[in-house]
Design a protein around this ligand. Structure first.
Ligand code: SF4
Length: 71
């Protein structure tokens, strides 16, 4: 079954996550653990770092499951 695209907005940034293509490399949770914490149901906290830090970390996502843009 296809999982729904997740969208997180705030703090001047929009992050989207496509669970269907995530390869679970965990680069996001290791790189910026305050923002990306899979123990939370809403696992991306866009208020936990600056927009630039979040965008830089998202750019390292190897699968492209995470995408980010400034608002
Ligand atoms: S870095 Fe990208 S591919 Fe790796 S766990 Fe995070 S969202 Fe998934």
């Amino acid at each position: 079954m296809t999982k729904r695209l997740q969208t997180y907005q705030g703090n001047g940034v929009e992050v989207t996550f496509d669970p269907n293509i995530c390869t679970h490399s965990a680069k996001c949770v290791r790189g910026l653990p305050a923002v990306f914490d899979t123990r939370r149901q809403r696992w991306v906290d866009v208020d936990a770092a600056s927009a630039d830090e979040i965008i830089a970390q998202v750019a390292k996502c190897p699968s492209g499951a995470l995408q980010a843009r400034k608002l």
